[in-house]
Design a protein around this ligand. Structure first.
Ligand SMILES: Cc1ncc(COP(=O)(O)O)c(C=O)c1O
Length: 394
């Protein structure tokens, strides 16, 4: 039998600590390795594959687009890109869309737009941005600086200047950083990578009010929590606020690499031709994915399904908290849940993989669940059976 893992270890830069499992195909909410072994997917390629694998309408739309037109550059409009942008505008209730290729590019673009607005207003480029500890916004030298985790930054300086970090759900820590140079506050409504920490409702409203008071751009990073994952199309609708800019990626393409940042009228007006660009960003193939994802979410009532099945998942996680000493609590919204352990999460994630379930860590002690939005209760039951087996040994 081919030793794919050994070949991979020789072929790639060692940027990732990869599992010794080589995945070959997906079907529904299961992945299959090169030996034909099935894995229940409770991570969706880190929150990307919301429609699972081989969703018929999605596959059909992309096949058609590949055969019709894949790329033209942003010097031209295409009908499919216009339809995708209109769908994003409708879903976000914001005004102007910029398509890019990843979450990192979305946060990087949002950062540039907030800085541009500040520059036009003040005539100087010395703005500051407030971000949060435990946040994650990407890996480029701009977005990694927005990421409130020194471990990701240390070796790569000098990074961009002017980023300051506050504590999530502590409005006083934010207020203490605001000054006349503050151009933006960037926050994930639910911090993903950092440990699955949702923003409190009051805190989010206070952030909105602070930004309004000081003419600061409120950037919500919904790269992980957006696109229906928490039960509403954008998580911010659960907070009864609108951002000035929202960042999207992952579930907006469901497998095709695509991201977007979307601004309201006021901030959108700061963008002028030549300010920003991307060769691939929003090409017809990516936009066919975006448009189809929105169509499917609506036509197949996926949000109602997320609300229903996530209630069941939460109920089952509650039972684990009562049952196991090693389980402290669970946190999250909808189908973005973290099981907080007293011990390290990595061994539990690894054991679950051996049992045929894929989950992912968040922080050091959180088992993060980001299943496809189409999972059924029977899949939650399968997860619970295997989790119980693993937790008994932990
Ligand atoms: C909230 C958030 N922002 C940005 C990113 C970066 O996205 P990407 O890896 O697509 O560049 C991620 C990735 O996990 C994320 O979770």
């Amino acid at each position: 039998m081919e030793d794919w893992y050994a070949r991979g270890e020789k072929a790639f830069l060692k940027a990732y600590g990869r599992y010794d499992v080589v995945l070959e195909k997906g079907e529904g909410v299961y992945l299959y390795d090169t030996q034909g072994r099935a894995y229940l997917d409770f991570y969706s390629g880190i929150g990307v594959n919301s429609l699972g694998y081989g969703y018929p309408d999605y596959v059909k739309a992309l096949q058609q687009q590949v055969a019709t037109l894949m790329h033209v550059s942003n010097y031209f409009y295409t009908p499919v890109a216009i339809e995708a942008a209109e769908a994003v505008k409708k879903a976000t209730q914001l005004e102007g869309v910029f398509f890019c290729n990843s979450g990192t590019e979305a946060t990087e673009g949002a950062l540039k737009l907030a800085r541009k607005y500040y520059y036009l207003k003040h005539g100087k480029a010395d703005s500051e941005i407030i971000s949060f500890r435990h946040s994650f916004h990407g890996r480029s030298t701009g977005s990694v600086k927005l990421t409130g985790n020194p471990a990701y930054q240390e070796a790569f300086g000098p990074l961009i200047e002017g980023v300051r970090y506050a504590d999530l759900n502590d409005i006083e820590s934010v207020k203490s950083l605001i000054n006349e140079r503050t151009a933006a506050i960037i926050v994930e409504p639910v911090q993903g990578e950092g440990g699955v920490y949702p923003c409190d409702k009051t805190f989010m409203k206070q952030l909105r009010a602070l930004c309004d008071e000081h003419d600061i751009c409120l950037i919500l990073d919904e790269v992980q929590c957006g696109m229906g994952r928490t039960g509403t199309i954008m998580t911010y609708f659960q907070y009864d606020i609108l951002p000035d800019i929202v960042c999207l990626a992952k579930g907006i393409g469901c497998g095709i690499p695509v991201g977007a940042f979307v601004a309201n009228e006021k901030w959108a007006a700061a963008m002028q031709p030549g300010d920003h660009g991307s060769t691939y960003g929003g090409n017809p193939l990516a936009c066919a994915a975006v448009k189809t994802v929105f169509d499917i979410l609506e036509k197949d009532h996926i949000l109602a399904h997320v609300q229903d099945v996530s209630q069941y998942l939460i109920q089952c996680l509650d039972e684990l908290v009562d049952e196991f000493d090693n389980v402290v609590e669970h946190r999250g919204l909808g189908l973005m849940q973290g099981l907080v352990l007293k011990t390290e999460a990595k061994p539990v994630v690894k054991e679950l993989l051996n049992e045929g379930v894929i989950v992912v860590t968040a922080g050091s002690n959180v088992v993060r669940m980001l299943p496809p939005l189409i999972i059924e209760k029977e899949h939650v039951d399968e997860l619970m059976t295997k989790l119980r087996k693993v937790l008994k040994k932990s």
